[in-house]
Ligand binder design. Structure first.
Ligand code: S3P
Length: 433
């Protein structure tokens, strides 16, 4: 059971404006940490994610024999194990991080030795069958606890497979690719919706070769990875809170620089545009195959319009849906979200928690198994918000609170540090009161 330890009072704002540079992308930081720790040589990463999730990945990789040297708050040097990890005597603690657990499982399945992976209460409830199935098809020995963590892996030689993911998941795709990297023959992952491709780009940056088609990626193993130096782009999923906050205020003008703009992550920009926000992208460049740029956002004078998120878009926007739903009452025509059942198995049941917290603020909302209908044109009042220990819920409702009548109390506010420890300080910086 989660116990809330920190409360934050969010006062309404008059406007949102300013210029920010955001900490490194969580998804990319996980991958750089894992690949750097597995590679030959010493990698150096700057603007590395400051979130607790990526610290969990670094700690696991350190326990597996990599050398991790923190060079300050957001820079880290990682000396890799050159393809051969050391089994750890104690369980590998993945904390709150599903990415850590699912991706490391694929990395470890073909290694020698026995490994146990554990996580916190939230992670121990999340589905792990989705990695067990493909990894077992490759010959891996994986034991779950009623479909969940703790999970144990008895490392063994694997065989290549051709696998179609039943649910779009970049974590599952990555898990299979990391096993395939170490397995003779071509391992192929096919997906109906192209999920974030940071693993493919990072594997190439570390020297691996893989082939891609519109809906598949293949890796032929075994291959060796080589250390890199990289600056992690700013996290677009963290930026989402600020972009949505700015979109609520007709006088807003917010600039976010060095932001990751990988097309498989940037659907939010299109959705905000369809709601009427003005989004400008400047200084676009490529760093280690990842697109990075400056984003400027301003809001429509007569308020946000209406939109629907369903089908492939729901999968591409999955981490940004809580904040979109949280600002939906302030749009004129509301926001309809469908095909987002995956939200129920994230760090919390995000559909249920978003609905409950919107209602606590006085909003009308209809909840479905796979989404939400949030009507527009509503006035919200300040309320006590239960974040459920989920970082994205805590931050989403801090944004909704900016336009509410009265103050809002966010319970479990410390959870923001899972992905974005600087969130409340930066919000104070750009929210004009
Ligand atoms: C992630 C993939 C997504 C996303 C998560 C990070 C990743 O999860 O929700 O926050 O870094 O690969 P799924 O793979 O479960 O869709």
């Amino acid at each position: 059971m989660h116990t809330a330890t920190e409360e934050r009072l969010i006062r309404p704002a008059r406007n949102v404006s300013g210029s920010l540079r955001l900490p490194g992308d969580k998804s990319i930081s996980h991958r750089y940490a894992m690949l750097g720790a597995f590679a030959e040589g010493t990698s150096r990463f700057t603007n590395f994610s400051t979130g607790a999730d990526c610290a969990s990945t670094l700690a696991c990789m350190e326990a597996l024999g990599a050398k991790v040297n923190r060079l300050g708050n957001d820079a880290v040097e990682v000396t890799g194990v050159a393809g051969c990890v050391t089994p750890s005597n104690s369980p590998l603690d993945c904390g709150n991080s599903g990415s850590t657990m699912r991706m490391i499982s694929g990395l470890l399945a073909p290694q020698q030795g026995s490994f146990t992976l554990i996580g916190d209460a939230s992670l121990s409830r999340r589905p792990m069958e989705r990695i067990r199935k493909p990894l077992e098809a490759m010959g891996a020995k994986l034991t779950l606890t009623e479909g969940h963590a703790p999970l144990t892996i008895e490392g063994t030689r694997l065989k290549a497979i051709d696998y179609t993911t039943p649910v779009p998941s970049a974590q599952v795709k990555t898990s299979i690719l990391l096993a395939g990297l170490q397995t003779e023959g071509a391992t192929t992952v096919r997906e109906a919706v192209r999920t974030r491709d940071h693993s493919e780009l990072a594997l190439r940056a570390f020297g691996a070769s893989l082939t891609r088609t519109v809906d598949s990626v293949s890796i032929s193993g075994p291959q060796t990875l080589h250390a890199i130096e990289a600056t992690v782009p700013g996290d677009l999923s963290s930026a989402a809170f600020f972009l949505c906050a700015a979109a609520l205020f007709p006088g807003a003008n917010l600039v976010l620089d060095s932001l990751g703009l990988n097309p498989t992550r940037a659907a939010l920009l299109d959705v905000l545009t369809s709601l009427g926000a003005k989004i400008g992208v400047l200084h676009l460049e490529e760093k280690n195959a990842e697109l990075v740029g400056t984003v400027q956002v301003s809001a429509p004078k007569d308020g946000l319009g209406t939109t629907e998120v369903s089908g492939a878009l729901a999968a591409q926007l999955i981490d940004e849906l809580p904040v979109l739903a949280a600002i939906a009452p302030y749009t004129s025509g509301g926001i309809r979200i469908r095909d987002a059942k995956e939200l129920r198995v994230k760090e919390s049941d995000r559909i249920a928690l978003v609905a409950r917290n919107l209602r606590a603020m006085g909003a009308e909302v209809a909840e479905f198994e796979d989404g939400l209908d949030v009507p527009g044109g509503q006035t919200l009042h300040g309320a006590t918000i239960d974040s459920g220990g989920d970082h994205r819920i805590a931050m989403a409702f801090s944004v909704a609170a900016l336009r509410a009548d009265g103050d809002t109390l966010i319970q479990g506010a410390e959870s923001a540090a899972i992905s974005f420890p600087e969130f409340f300080d930066l919000l104070d910086l750009v929210a004009e009161r």
